[in-house]
Design a binder for this molecule. Structure first.
Ligand code: ADP
Ligand code: ZN
Length: 732
């Protein structure tokens, strides 16, 4: 019956998983020449040709006379069993259709195309009669390359000549032009190159990590250490060991802006650049990375969460840097948490996981506590650097004029740093100029037409922007409600407004404003970060973009404008997030030899979270936080799933929500409870009404099958949509 060898002869009935939204594996006939299990194929679907993967033997429950043949097997390495199992398990965990999972794993356009070619140049035998300096330079570079070839641009650049000189040499027969495949292997990384002498602490941690990687078995290690303690240096040693074992490594970073700095460190450590995978990578390069990962010719991939779905030939190590970062949770389309999926994939392919963070998530903290993860800790900063002193500024006692946010105490502290020639950072976690625009004539607040959200003024771009749907309009001069002229007023601070205030207070300071919406490209942002790092700014005004891993050696003071901001939400992780963010931001100060200070403006200095941040007593904070979550039966001590329903018709969403809440027998059977339906905190986005339900269950409940059974009978009529979010991170 079912061929178990993983090979299907011509005409055999096979099951093909396609990327089309039909939730089942479709039957086809193996093409002439047969095909392997996992092979990427092109199959007919109706009038179209679509991409698919040979997933197993056919089911045979389809009219056999109508079963069509695979059109062709694509020129790509077959998907390995490990990745197939990973997609299946990840799909089952996130309740995602397999077709959508396959789309995640094939995000490299043209992956089955014949290799695209490009022109390269190498030395030929003839020596030109007339030798010019320019020609000599070209030939010299090529001789130096010892038989290796270069593209026209690379060669002209290396020789410092125009491309016409090279072309001239081709005509004379001194240089040969050849076609060569564009998808070339990545340069090999040398694990013995550029290692640093580690401190005792670092050595101890690196030794353990090397050992675990060499064991080639699955395990997860939580690598915890204050910012600047050398976590990166340490996990690069684990990467080195992985390369020595001949296996591939993957490093996930939470933010593209961090990759530039990181790959520079990789080059210094291993003598060559790794492969990169994120939204800033070109389509051709994506295809190259995808193929080379499959062929084992990309030893190290550095990337965003979606790199987790690359077809590695032999993945031995996954590092999740800044593992607590919320951006690891994909909030669009397939809702998955890359940190958890990294652990899942590693457990399937016998790889190691390193979760690195200065402020681990409570989930990872609890897993380490329960003995599921090993925990390694780096307790001191490298070199002279020490942790910054943390202090609160009690805003109730500060004399602050309206429409200003920098207290006199903070102002004096910044002034002192400026005078000492040091850098200061003012942090506010709000993009734009002001969160609210109000009409002083009629009291109208300008909102988005499509969302239940206020429009945020972005003075830099001279527009009002909705942070929910991205809608933007030019700044109006008259109130859209009462038409009064010049009565619109900005209320509350955003990063741009703070910059304005800072510039007025410190007219001589060179200001740098870092907010994610102010840079057109990752390159521009990288340039700005480098400028700041080398002392090109005195005062940095930033949003949470600055909290993530950047190294500013001259920075000694961090001022947090509104430490209370994150505490207001009803989010179950509000305390955890605030604690992490404040510690991350504070950690920017005093990374080199000068001690740093962090000042936090707060109206509630007695709040337990603020007190925990100030005291720096992490263990106490986590123990208290864990106690509360345990008592409430919420993650990581209980299970949650969010159900988000949306439609342009408000009645439809509530009707469905109520029906779901009533017919909850499959959930009750496993001990799960439904809460809601309730309007989502942002009840309308892009013109769609949103309703949420929350499902809560004891830890250890097999929640997904129950959820699947629960929602199965409901047909989505009209434009109703339902998203199921397992382990939700956000509740908006
Ligand atoms: P983390 O990842 O914990 O924030 P890093 O690995 O980035 O820490 O280290 C902070 C800084 O200290 C970096 O500039 C790094 O190169 C340097 N550093 C850390 N350990 C060493 C070491 N053993 N030798 C030399 N420099 C080190
Ligand atoms: Zn909107």
């Amino acid at each position: 019956m079912a061929p178990t060898q993983g090979y299907f002869d011509h005409g055999a009935l096979i099951g093909v998983l396609t990327t089309q939204p039909l939730d089942r594996v479709l039957d086809y006939r193996a093409p002439e020449g047969g095909c392997h299990l996992g092979a990427f194929v092109e199959v007919p679907l109706g009038p179209r040709k679509v991409l698919g993967v040979v997933w197993g033997p056919g089911r045979g429950d389809w009219d056999l006379a109508k079963v069509r043949s695979v059109i062709r097997v694509l020129d790509a390495p077959p998907m390995r069993d490990e990745l197939m199992r990973f997609l299946e398990k990840a799909g089952a965990y996130t309740l995602t259709p397999m077709t959508a999972m396959l789309r995640l794993a094939t995000r490299a356009p043209g992956l089955g195309d014949p290799p695209s070619m490009r022109k390269v140049y190498r030395l030929d035998d003839t020596t030109p009669e007339r030798m010019t300096d320019a020609r000599k330079k070209v030939l010299h570079v090529l001789r130096d390359m010892g038989g290796l070839s270069l593209t026209l641009k690379e060669l002209a650049e290396a020789a410092g000549v125009t491309s016409s000189v090279v072309k001239g040499l081709v005509k004379l027969g001194a240089v040969r032009e050849e076609d060569s495949p564009r998808d070339t292997a990545f340069p090999s990384l040398d694990p013995g190159y550029g290692g640093k002498a580690l401190t005792d602490d670092q050595t101890a941690a690196a030794d353990i990590l090397r050992e675990t990687v060499a064991a080639k078995r699955y395990a997860t290690t939580l690598l915890k250490g204050v910012t600047g303690s050398g976590k990166t240096e340490v996990y690069l040693e684990a990467v080195a060991e992985c390369l020595k074992q001949g296996r591939q490594a993957l490093v996930l970073l939470p933010e593209i802006a961090l990759t530039a700095e990181f790959i520079t460190r990789v080059e210094a450590r291993f003598g060559a650049l790794p492969a990169e995978w994120h939204s800033g990578v070109t389509v051709t390069e994506r295809r190259r990375v995808w193929k080379m990962a499959a062929l084992g010719r990309a030893q190290l991939v550095v990337g965003a969460r979606s790199a987790l779905f690359l077809p590695f030939r032999d993945l031995g190590l996954i590092v999740v840097d800044e593992e607590h970062d919320t951006s690891y949770k994909q909030e669009d389309g397939v809702l998955y948490n890359a940190r958890d999926m990294a652990v899942l994939r590693a457990s399937i392919c016998d790889a190691q996981v390193i979760l690195a963070s200065a402020t681990p998530s409570l989930e990872s903290w609890a897993n380490a506590d329960a003995g599921k993860y090993r925990k390694l800790e780096l307790t001191s900063r490298f070199g002279e650097a020490i942790m910054p002193e943390m202090r609160a500024i009690d805003m109730r006692a500060e004399d602050l004029p309206g429409s200003s946010w920098i207290s006199p105490t903070l102002q004096r502290a910044v002034q002192k740093r400026m005078e000492a020639g040091e850098q200061a950072l003012l942090f506010i976690n709000r993009r734009g100029y002001a969160p609210v625009t109000i009409c002083r004539a009629c009291g109208h607040q300008i909102g988005c037409d499509h969302c239940d959200a206020r429009m945020v003024e972005h003075r830099f771009q001279k527009r009002l922007i909705c942070h929910q749907c991205g809608e933007s309009v030019p700044l109006p001069s008259a109130c859209p409600s009462c038409a009064a002229e010049d009565k619109l007023a900005a209320v509350g601070p955003g990063v741009e407004r703070l910059a304005e205030e800072a510039q007025a207070l410190f007219p001589d300071a060179r200001l740098a404003v870092l907010s994610s919406d102010m840079f057109g490209s990752a390159r521009a942002l990288k340039a700005e970060i480098e400028t700041i790092a080398s002392g090109g700014a005195d005062l940095i005004i930033g949003t949470q973009l600055v909290a993530k891993g950047h190294n500013f050696p001259l920075l000694t003071l961090v001022g947090v404008i509104d430490a209370d901001l994150g505490l207001q939400g009803s989010d179950l992780r509000a305390a955890e997030r605030t604690f992490q963010l404040m510690r991350q931001v504070a950690g920017r100060a005093g990374r080199a030899d000068k001690p740093g200070q962090a000042l936090m403006q707060t109206y509630q200095p007695e709040h337990p979270v603020i007190r925990a941040i100030l005291s720096g007593d992490e263990q106490d904070f986590w123990t208290a936080e864990a106690g509360e979550r345990r008592a409430a039966g919420v993650p990581p001590y209980g299970r949650l799933a969010g159900i988000i329903l949306s439609s342009t018709d408000a009645q439809d969403v509530f009707d469905l929500g109520n029906a779901l809440a009533r017919q909850d027998a499959p959930l009750r059977r496993v001990g799960a409870q439904v809460f809601g339906p309730a309007p989502a905190p942002i009840a309308r986005v892009r013109g769609r009404h949103r309703v949420r339900l929350l499902v809560k269950a004891p830890k250890g409940t097999a929640l997904q099958p129950a959820l699947a059974e629960w929602v199965a009978p409901f047909k989505l009529k009209g434009d109703l949509r339902m998203a199921i979010d397992i382990d939700p991170q956000s509740f908006y």
